[in-house]
Write a protein that binds this ligand. Structure first.
Ligand SMILES: Nc1ncnc2c1ncn2[C@@H]1O[C@H](COP(=O)(O)OP(=O)(O)O)[C@@H](O)[C@H]1O
Ligand SMILES: [Mg+2]
Length: 464
């Protein structure tokens, strides 16, 4: 809506509309007047204000519409002062009694292609329509890529749909950017194809459900759990030698890991053992101890793929440590590559609470042993220097590392009901007012609030 106060034009957003029947509220003891609202005289005063012809028109329209005792009250939030295609912060309220109009779309269309700093968007990507109008809403991909994106909302609220739509349009609007997607449900390949991305642009690696330790302590723990603690625990020469053996091969880095040459079974075969325990240990190993070498090779070749979209499909991985270790190795490699060549890359972390939790979420650790968390934090804080952007998608913002959340400067928020998630949202989404956050629980699927550096102002958008 537009509020006209003399020469000044203020743009606002209607948050709620209440419909009242004055008869219903009429109080018989106050001679027909409502105890809830001001007296009829107050309303007359408003309509009679000055010589404003707009108010007179409004009064005539109200009379012709014959609304009787029915009254509608709208609550609106002022977004800013419109000055020559630019939206500036409003420093003072409009005068009481200033008339309100429905916004003329042409008037804001140029506004919608500006980012939060009021600059024209460098690469506007169409994301849908402003709710309540047919105006097209855009996100500035430049801001998203350089300052990270957060997409949140409860399960089924439209996060992944939005992300696929955004990524597919990003690919056509920016010929340089390369996408890397960590896809826990294996849904992105098909989703992107549906949004028109060409099959020849996509490379997908399906991650096998095998163990891929990145810290020697993980294997030591595994050996203890299998029932052979003396092989790796304590101060015996043998245990010390074995710990050194494991740390020589098991490393949190694709280029250093011993799995480039050997499978886990081979590494364990190299342990020293006088009691004959190793054989028993090896025979109790299941097939998940095989295939590390193959996986490392595939990870490397997929990371070097010349396709524009690279998907790591974790759909069949049930082992939580594999999920965080493999994604941690991928992120580390991407970070190192970005540091070297500074090419434009965008990394998508779907279901980020599984990779980079605030506290241990489910089976995922939040401590030093979580390579994915360590690398996601690093990319969140330093990625922008090397053109490595991060997209964090989550249904549980309260469970995602606060540090990572605080590094995302554009937010797309879908329906959110959980009160601890709503608390987190109000505490870190600095661009959106309280009122707009209060809309979150009632948003329909596919309707999102977009705010932050990549949007002109907090907008409610039908994603399409
Ligand atoms: N903007 C939209 N337009 C049409 N359908 C949508 C839209 N957003 C979501 N959907 C549909 O709603 C369902 C849930 O959306 P999805 O994005 O998978 O949810 P989430 O990732 O938040 O769990 C999907 O079937 C999806 O196709
Ligand atoms: Mg999803």
């Amino acid at each position: 809506m537009e509020l006209r106060d003399g020469e000044r034009k203020l743009i606002g957003r209607i948050l709620e509309i209440y419909s009242y029947d004055m008869d219903f509220f009429a109080n018989p003891f106050t001679s027909g007047e409502s105890p809830v609202f001001g007296s009829l005289e107050t309303f007359k005063l408003l309509f009679a204000k000055g010589n404003c012809s707009d108010w007179k028109k409004a009064a005539v329209l109200a009379y012709l519409n014959g609304n009787g005792a029915k009254l509608k009250l709208a609550v609106a939030e002022v977004i800013g002062d419109l000055k020559k295609d630019k939206l500036e912060t409003s420093f003072s309220p409009a005068q009481v009694g200033s008339p309100v109009f429905k916004l003329v779309e042409g008037e804001i269309s140029s506004l919608l292609k500006k980012n939060f700093s009021g600059q024209s968007m460098v690469s506007p990507v169409e994301v849908g329509e402003l709710v309540g109008s047919s105006a097209t809403a855009y996100l500035d991909a430049q801001e998203v890529l350089s300052k990270h994106l957060l997409v949140l909302g409860t399960t089924g609220s439209g996060k992944s749909y939005f992300t696929k739509l955004f990524l597919s349009r990003l690919l056509s609007s920016d010929p340089e950017v390369k996408l890397f997607i960590l896809d826990p449900h294996g849904e992105y390949r098909e989703g992107l194809l549906r949004f028109g991305v060409d099959e020849s642009q996509i490379d997908e690696l399906k991650i096998k459900d095998i163990l891929l330790p990145v810290f020697p302590e993980e294997v030591e723990e595994q050996i203890r759990q299998e029932g052979y603690p003396s092989l790796v625990s304590g101060n015996t020469n043998e245990a010390k030698k074995n710990r050194a053996h494991l740390s020589r091969y098991i490393k949190p880095s694709l280029s250093l890991t011993g799995f480039r040459e050997k499978d886990l079974k081979d590494i364990i075969s190299g342990l020293s053992d006088r009691e004959g325990e190793k054989e028993a240990l090896l025979s109790s190993l299941s097939s998940i101890y095989d295939g590390q070498k193959d996986l490392i090779e595939k990870l490397e070749s997929t990371l070097n793929s010349n396709k524009r979209v690279v998907i790591f499909n974790f759909g069949s991985v049930s082992e939580p440590s594999t999920r965080v270790n493999v994604s941690g190795l991928i992120m580390r490699e991407l970070f190192d590559k970005a540091r070297e060549d500074k090419k434009k890359r965008f990394l998508v972390l779907e279901e980020a609470h599984n990779f980079a939790p605030e506290k241990g979420f489910g089976d995922t650790s939040a401590g030093k042993g979580n390579l994915a968390l360590i690398m996601a934090r690093k990319i969140a804080s330093e990625g922008r220097k090397f053109n490595l952007g991060l997209g964090v998608i989550t249904q549980r913002p309260a469970q995602v590392s606060k540090y990572i959340l605080s590094q995302t400067n554009t937010q797309v928020m879908f329906r959110t009901i959980n009160s601890s998630d709503l608390d987190v949202i109000s505490s870190f989404v600095e661009y959106a007012g309280k009122d707009i956050v209060s809309l979150l629980p009632s948003l329909q699927t596919g309707m999102g609030i977009i705010c932050g550096m990549g949007a002109p102002f907090p907008m409610v958008v039908n994603i399409k």
